[in-house]
Design a protein around this ligand. Structure first.
Ligand code: CA
Length: 179
């Protein structure tokens, strides 16, 4: 498998270059975009395997970029948040970001989170052609497609994830999570 391509959307040059240097050294392909508008452009042009997204960005805010990407793709997103911006972090996760790191962070920590997310997103990635079934419902994991009686039906990302979880656990007892 070729190494993953990562889009870094970050307007602080020094941090962006530090991330590029370290991620490339780990063998990833890296594209850097310095504002939200270019971040979305690069995302649409390159379809990266993972996005590292600063929330405080010029042009289009990180939260709006996150929302826009999530409307188009299930790509893993790690948001970068400021220490005093708890509300942004929560908003980002609610918009569908998969993970976050709080600035200032260690690059090693970020790299390990990148690896963990890529591992997760590659379970059932193309090549395995994994299809989960439950009655007339088929869920094509690689293509992110739900079919009922063979016909594709539109499914929002959150509901897709929920259905995937349910189908994977089929036959196992679901217990409520303890508070
Ligand atoms: Ca910033």
């Amino acid at each position: 498998m070729t190494e993953a391509r990562i889009l870094v959307v970050e307007d602080e040059d020094s941090l962006a270059e530090t991330l590029r240097y370290n991620l490339e050294r780990e063998g990833f392909g890296v594209t850097v975009a310095a504002d939200g508008r270019r971040g979305l452009e690069r995302f649409r042009a390159e379809r990266p395997d993972l996005v590292v997204l600063d929330l405080m960005l010029p042009e289009i805010s990180g939260l709006d970029v996150c929302r826009a990407i999530r409307g188009e793709s299930e790509v893993p997103i790690i948001i970068l948040t400021a220490k005093d911006a708890e509300a942004d972090k929560v908003a980002g996760l609610e918009l569908g970001a998969d993970d976050y790191v709080t600035k200032p962070f260690s690059v090693r920590e970020l790299v390990s989170r990148v690896r963990a997310l890529l591992r997760r997103s590659r379970i059932g990635s193309p090549g395995e052609e994994e299809v989960l079934r439950g009655g007339p419902v088929e869920l094509d994991v690689a293509r992110h497609e739900v079919r009922v009686g063979g016909e594709p039906v539109g499914f929002p990302p959150k509901e897709f994830e929920l259905l995937e979880t349910l189908l994977r656990r089929k036959g196992r007892l679901l217990t409520p999570r303890r508070p």
